[in-house]
Ligand binder design. Sequence first.
Ligand SMILES: Cc1ncc(COP(=O)(O)O)c(C=O)c1O
Length: 458
Amino acid sequence: MDAEAGLDRRHREALVRIRAREDAAFRARVPRSLELASRAGTRMPDGVPMAWMAGFYRTPVLWVSHGSGPVLTDVDGNDYVDFNVGDMSSVLGYAHPRLTEVIGERAAHGVQMFLPVEQALAVCDRLRQRFGLPYWQFTLSAGTANTEALRIARVATGRQGVLLFDGGYHGQLQETLWAGGEGGAPPAPEATGLGPLPPGLAVVDFNDLAAAERVLAQRRTAAVLIEGVLTNCGTVLPDPGFLPGLREACTRYGTLLAVDETHTQFDLYGGAVTRYRIAPDLVTGGKGIAGGIPIGCYGMTSALAGVIEANPADELGETVGLALGGTLFGNALSLACAEVVLSELMTRAEHDRIAGLGGRLSDGIEDAARAHGLAWCAHRFGARSGYCLFPERPRTAREAHRSLDPLFTDTRRVYFANRGVWDAISSAGPHAGFAHTDRDVDNYLGILDGFLDEMCAG
Ligand SMILES: Cc1ncc(COP(=O)(O)O)c(C=O)c1O
């Protein structure tokens, strides 16, 4: 039998059957989640505390009570080994004893001080070791870190424009929720509620260096904001030479290079900038670096630190400073947790260990596909894996979207959930976390084998 790319009619029919059976089994397992959802419907739009939760899971929303290590437990008492790792926010695992200790210590001394705490210094040093940049600032989310990085870039360059790459996601920012326009059309909004297209904003395909250079040559672009590896539409790796070429073009045209490491910092130690040896002007991040306590961060060159220092905001409003900061940013609890997580728990050795687990997931997905006559491959970037339903890995978001098949992802997730594994959201694949072991990977791959048996049985 020749190996097949994509999903054929027989697979889809099987998926529809599996989905119907597994959805019914799922609903039967989560009566308390269903009850909470129905009560919540009169209190929160769509019955969820954050609106996207209603749209992401096309099964009833799972309400959770607690977690331990790699396992989260729902309000009905069902356990799930979590391979979504909170889209990197809970990549450390749940209730880590050392983190619990630090939270307790900090709580006993005040979690929010509105003044600097000493732990900030150690966090800056750890981030500098990873990303090479000397100066750091802290927010409470990666999206806000991106907002601030772009503001600094505008002031530093005196330009307004931002260059983005199709398929990238950088948070719910006015400047970044735009997709590439078809056939030379202007970028299109990816969400409602945005204002008009920001001036000078451009979106080009990932890996299209010539298109990026054409935008930069107009000298209107303050910053390029890019993930070194696209992670929000499956995984798209940079072609050899793409990132170094982009770095060089930014320098040539006076544009700053901002690399968003929010996800990739957990894929490999030092993220994409280390793996591809690029020297950005700004790096942004956040999510799980404080073990799940809210935090965002961005690093910058000495020159950009100078721009902040030259644009101070003062309490009396006598100077017009850079629009940075928030009341709870630089938060004492976030920084205490980040110090311990980055120094003791997410060590280089631990990063290497989970990158190995990610590699095992990718190998296992490819072996399972091959064994079932499917000409697929796996995404792979350190601890990150995922399903590419074609033999060639994608080079652009458009190519990557062909593998984001909701019927396949949703059916897989509910099938896995009913067998005690929480699989990833559609735009990502299973990701190894710091609490996972080889046994968890074996368990995942064992369930995958059964799932593909049924999907391919016809
Ligand atoms: C690459 C990247 N940057 C930034 C963000 C925004 O992070 P947050 O939701 O913490 O603001 C995300 C969120 O998924 C992301 O994937």
